[in-house]
Structure formats: C-alpha cells, structure tokens
Design a protein around this ligand. Structure first.
Ligand SMILES: Nc1ncnc2c1ncn2[C@@H]1O[C@H](COP(=O)(O)OP(=O)(O)OP(=O)(O)O)[C@@H](O)[C@H]1O
Ligand SMILES: [Mg+2]
Length: 257
C-alpha cells in the first residue's frame, strides 16, 4: 500500500514545491513509483516538471470538483518512475465550487483510494494556505512533511501549522485514522551565516523527535532546475542539492521500513 505524504506549510516560499519535485525525483531514483499531486493554483510543481499549464485540460481542480476518476487525471513526467496530477489556476475557484458540498474535506481521501496500490509514494504539494484544498490534503494523507526555511518568520509561523495538524489528527483519530508528522524539513540554510543554525536549534527544541536530520542548503542549482524543466537530480545530479534530496529520500525510506 502506498504512503500519501502532504507537503504543507501555510507560510509561503519555504520550499514546499522544491521539496515535492526533488524528493519525488529522489524517491523515483531509488526505484520507488511516485505520484506528485500539485494542489496549488500557482502550479509551480507542474511547471517545474516541464509542463505548460495552458496545455493541461484536466488537473487537480477536476480531481476535487468533478466526478472524473483520479486515474484519468494522471500525466507521465519525463522521469519514468514519477507521474503527476497537475495544478491549475482553476483552483482559485475551489472554495466556491465546493461551497454546498457535504463533507468536502473528505473528497481527496475518497478519490485517492483506487490509486494507493499503484504507487509507493503519493506526494501532495500544497498551496500556502489553510483552505479547503489543504484540509483535503490533511484528511487524505498518512503523514505530513513541513518545510521550514531557516529564518525567523518561518520558525515563528510553525506553531500555527502544527496546531492545524493537531486539529485534523483529533478528528481523524475518532474515525480510527492516523495522520503522523513525517518530519519538519529545514530548508534554504545559508551555511556561511551563523543565524540559520540558531533557527535549526530552535526548531529542534520545538520538535525534538520530528525534525529530519537532513537539512537542505541554499543552492542556485535548486533555483535553476525548474527553469530547465526538471528536478536537480536530472539537471545537476552531482550537486550538493541533489545529494541532500537523495539523503532525505533515504531517511524517509529508513523511517518507513
Ligand atoms: N534550498 C534552496 N535554495 C535556494 N533557493 C531555494 C531553495 N528552496 C527553494 N528555493 C527558492 O525559493 C523560492 C520558493 O521556493 P518554493 O516555491 O519551493 O516554496 P513554496 O513553499 O512551494 O512556495 P509557495 O508557498 O509560494 O508555494 C523559489 O524561487 C525556489 O527556487
Ligand atoms: Mg509551492
């Protein structure tokens, strides 16, 4: 049975999409079958994997707001082990489209059930929000990864995300379902500057057993890779960024043995 991991943080720009693309590619590189679901109207993960958003008729909007089956929304990426359900700016209208729908937070959970056996990992790249899209991700996921940029405002915003996760955990526990924290992932570390290490200490104090050992450094390779339509494993395999995401994939595989 595949594991569904939501990559969440209501704080913008902390590295959610970069993690979705590159962790996905690293898991695929280690032989795992991966599906990436882009649940953000910015569609950054979709574009970063080389798709042109104008050409995509069926997207994660239809996944949540139509009867179309999830299988029919899956596109192959250039990585043979990684598929994608793309994002779309139509997601801006999701709240309105689902306004009168009962149990709307459970749509994604239901839609992904038939896919869970086909993939080892389903990664959901979430928008920087706590809206109905992110609720759906939290109700569908087995676990969450919370990327946190090594800077003060990102650290300061972390308790809000944790408290949202706890709320959903409480509801799901009552239904006999689990949502665990796979880990907090520290990102964009500038290792020439002592300040980032202070944030690392603070996050580790807050989440001592739930912070990944792997830390993602600031890297121009990661900034450039989406422009070249692929992961950093594809565009700069021997770079430090590629090594770090492969180490993160290994850490997750070890934790899920
Ligand atoms: N480790 C890194 N080193 C350098 N730049 C990075 C790194 N991680 C992400 N970035 C850059 O920071 C910006 C934000 O990253 P990303 O899009 O992954 O964040 P996000 O959390 O998905 O943002 P949003 O909340 O808008 O969806 C991008 O320009 C990306 O290229
Ligand atoms: Mg993003």
């Amino acid at each position: 049975m595949g594991k569904i991991i939501a990559i969440v943080n209501q704080k913008g720009g902390v590295g959610k999409t970069t993690t979705a693309i590159n962790l996905g590619a690293a898991l695929a590189h280690s032989g795992k079958k991966v599906l990436l679901i882009d649940l953000d109207e910015q569609a950054n993960a979709t574009i970063g994997l080389g798709f042109s958003r104008e050409l995509l008729e069926y997207t994660s909007f239809e996944l949540l707001a139509s009867d179309i089956k999830a299988e029919e929304l899956v596109y192959k990426s250039t990585d043979r082990n990684m598929d994608i359900i793309p994002g779309s700016e139509k997601l801006v209208n999701l709240e309105t489209a689902l306004f009168n729908v009962e149990n709307k937070e459970l749509i994604l959970q239901g839609k992904l059930k038939p896919l869970a056996g086909k993939y080892d990992f389903i990664l959901i790249d979430c928008a920087p929000s706590l809206g109905v899209d992110v609720e759906n991700a939290l109700f569908a996921a087995d676990s969450v990864i919370i990327p946190v940029e090594c800077e003060y405002f990102a650290y300061e915003a972390l308790p809000l995300m944790i408290s949202k996760i706890h709320q959903v955990q409480t509801v799901r526990n009552k239904r006999g379902q689990k949502l665990t924290i796979e880990g907090v992932l520290l990102t964009k570390l500038d290792n020439r500057n002592i300040f980032g290490y202070k944030i690392i200490d603070k996050v580790k104090n807050l989440m001592p057993t739930k912070t990944f050992n792997t830390i993602i450094s600031r890297s121009s390779h990661l900034q450039e890779a989406p422009m070249n339509g692929g992961s950093v494993l594809k565009t700069a395999f021997h770079s430090r960024a590629s090594r770090e995401f492969r180490a993160l994939a290994q850490e997750i595989l070890n934790n899920n043995k």
